[in-house]
Write a protein that binds this ligand. Sequence first.
Ligand SMILES: Cc1cc2nc3c(=O)[nH]c(=O)nc-3n(C[C@H](O)[C@H](O)[C@H](O)COP(=O)(O)O)c2cc1C
Length: 280
Amino acid sequence: MSSEMILSSNAAELEKVIRERRSVRTFEDREVWKEDVEKLQAFIQELDDPFDKKIEYRFLKAKEHKLTSPVLSGEDLYLAGKVKKGHLSDVAFGYSLEQIVLYAWQQRIGTVWIAGTLNRDAFEKAIGLQPDEVMPAVTPVGYIAKKMALRETLMRKGVKADTRLPFEKLFFKDRFDTPLTDDGSDLCKALEMVRLAPSAVNKQPWRAVVSGDAVHFYEKKDKGYDHGEDGDLQKVDVGIGLAHFVLMTKALGLNGSLKEADPQIQLPAETEYIITWTKA
Ligand SMILES: Cc1cc2nc3c(=O)[nH]c(=O)nc-3n(C[C@H](O)[C@H](O)[C@H](O)COP(=O)(O)O)c2cc1C
């Protein structure tokens, strides 16, 4: 079983998973079956690691480790991940965990990225976090309750979780002052999957500039976030968007690879170059 087989072998199925996925904060109050945990573990084993960051995951029982998140109800099990601090570590983490999030949804297992609303010390202790490592986010893993708890409904309203910025505000042609028109091409289909991705506080910080066979990805930084050396949550978001993009290009049979190759074009304020995808 490989991640590519499951998620990027069928563009229509992948698109359905991406369009239908939502954050799940209300779970059925019961244990996750061993078989389901094993499925996720097998998937994690097969994850590709284009950034070569060796992200480590651990399934953690909420009660055993006293793990809590005030936005959740009914959760029993968490998946936490950690990575060595360093250039592109946050991006790599987003790229990796989002593939697990999509796969879980496909298996009818609910998740939600949690970076802020958790008792972080307990999680970091449970995963054995070292000083040279970061644990950017965790997710509960469980069965989706039929009815959302009121606090989940309110949370979704608070961050306008069901809305996304329009295509032309996110993607550009050659320069940041020329919006890209969605012409229905495969590249635009893959970019549309980026647009639909989840992000912290639904800020959608990914931007991309298409130039010939290259797509340059950027981070548009919001004020109020720590963009420091120890971790930058909005880089995690860019990694999440990249995962959607790369999975969709693969599913559409577009071969390409990720590489740092900054085209040095003029940037809007608070915008940082991240990485370039180039068609093979
Ligand atoms: C990196 C990251 C961190 C997040 N942290 C939290 C969090 O701490 N608490 C929370 O309730 N939701 C968190 N979210 C979930 C977002 O609020 C959610 O993805 C966004 O509002 C879009 O909603 P959707 O996932 O249902 O499409 C986080 C999402 C991402 C990508």
